[in-house]
Design a protein around this ligand. Structure first.
Ligand SMILES: Nc1ncnc2c1ncn2[C@@H]1O[C@H](COP(=O)(O)OP(=O)(O)O)[C@@H](O)[C@H]1O
Ligand SMILES: [Mg+2]
Length: 369
């Protein structure tokens, strides 16, 4: 699978631009702020129907304009697919494939998978539990539709339950039938989500450990410990036990929405003890592990988007990563770098087709191919 052409209209800093990509490595170079990351974000959007920055669609529309469109032509199994994402006047968006609009946008997710490695990914290590849950959820959702449905249902029930808690002063006022309905919904979907996550981590961890060990010359051992209120617990009982507290707090204080994944390096929490280089190596390993699992599941190679990956890494680790990436296990790759000469020297020794695009003032020029 690969993206052959990309056209952006009123998308962030681009008024109207078209790219033609090759099937292997595409590098976007140019000074800070020219719009390299924006191109990767547009490709991410085509795949996942949202920006990687968690921004609203309004922020994506070019300043002073009223709508945006992203058009991509993908090739998959020798067939072409035109994917079009655009904002509509009512603040909604529409996504179509070969001019047929999806009724439910979530049905598109997973059809053209991407894996993004970005500087913000250090949040997965350093940030709050939500960042780690988002990462894991994002991977499972791209390989399993049931998971996303369960998650959406869980979050919906959670929202309704919290709203009921907010409008309840004390237990005597509580609408017991209603809370029972929400609890059953949380229970059904929560159990499945928990099982999915547990199974996923068991499968993911050995792949991650192998990759990290490769990048770090077998120096450090990585572990991930899945932490959940639901581990060895009766969730129904837990919900009942915390009900008084939940009414006081106006929110549901137990459940899989509080799960976390504790990452350790040589036995110590990565969050506190890892160097920047180790963190970056872990991020790359996490994402390549994601890539491997998605490829195993779907049978084809996701598009790999590498945003400013080379920063803060020493030449040795860059060489290790590029060797991993250049092995023929990968499909189409997009790389951004503010230092074109570094990109050129990294790719010099790699025997793959490479296009280098220079971006400047909302326009692009193909430097070499
Ligand atoms: N909605 C928008 N309208 C116009 N310009 C935007 C919008 N969103 C972001 N930009 C511009 O995009 C630029 C950042 O692009 P980015 O892709 O992050 O650059 P880089 O090449 O450093 O990766 C900034 O100059 C910013 O002002
Ligand atoms: Mg950038």
């Amino acid at each position: 699978m690969y993206l052959e052409t990309l056209r952006l209209i009123n998308f962030k800093n681009y008024q109207n631009i078209e790219f033609k990509f090759n099937e292997e490595i595409n590098c976007l170079v140019g000074e800070n702020g020219v719009g390299k990351t924006n191109v990767l974000d547009a490709i991410y959007y085509l795949s996942l129907a949202k920006s990687s920055f968690n921004t609203s669609d309004n922020q994506i529309i070019r300043h002073g304009e009223s709508h945006f469109s992203i058009l991509g032509k993908f090739q998959k199994d020798d067939k072409f697919f035109d994917v079009k994402c655009k904002s509509a006047p009512n603040n909604k968006k529409s996504i179509s494939i070969n001019d047929k609009e999806y009724e439910r946008i979530r049905d598109h997710i997973g059809s053209f998978p991407v894996v993004l490695i970005s500087p913000n990914d250090t949040d997965i290590i350093r940030g709050i539990g939500e960042n780690r849950r988002k990462f894991v959820d994002g991977v499972i959702a791209q390989i399993d539709r049931d998971y996303l449905n369960n998650l959406l249902q869980y979050n919906h029930a959670l929202k309704q339950r919290n709203s009921l808690l907010k409008h309840t002063e004390n237990i005597s006022q509580l609408d017991h039938d209603l809370i029972e309905t929400f609890d059953q919904s949380l229970l059904n979907t929560g159990k499945q989500i928990h099982a999915f996550r547990r199974k996923f981590i068991d499968r993911f961890l050995p792949v991650l450990q192998r990759l990290y060990s490769d990048i770090s010359d077998h120096k450090e051992i990585i572990e991930i410990h899945y932490r959940s209120d639901m581990e060895d617990a009766d969730f129904e009982k837990l919900l009942k036990e915390t009900l008084h507290k939940d009414i006081l707090l106006n929110r549901t204080s137990t459940g899989i929405h509080r799960d976390d994944y504790l990452i350790k390096i040589d036995g110590y929490p990565m969050k506190k003890f890892a160097s920047q280089g180790q963190q970056k190596s872990l991020i790359v390993s996490l994402k390549i592990a994601q890539f491997e699992i998605m490829r195993e599941e779907s049978g084809f190679k996701p598009i790999l988007l590498m945003d400013d990956v080379f920063d803060k890494l020493d030449d040795h680790r860059i060489a290790k990563i590029m060797n991993l990436v250049a092995g023929h296990t990968f499909g189409q790759i997009f790389v951004t770098d503010a230092r074109p000469e570094r990109t050129l020297s990294i790719f010099e020794s790699i025997d793959s087709g490479i296009n280098i695009y220079q971006i400047h003032e909302g326009k692009t020029e193909l430097l070499s191919s």
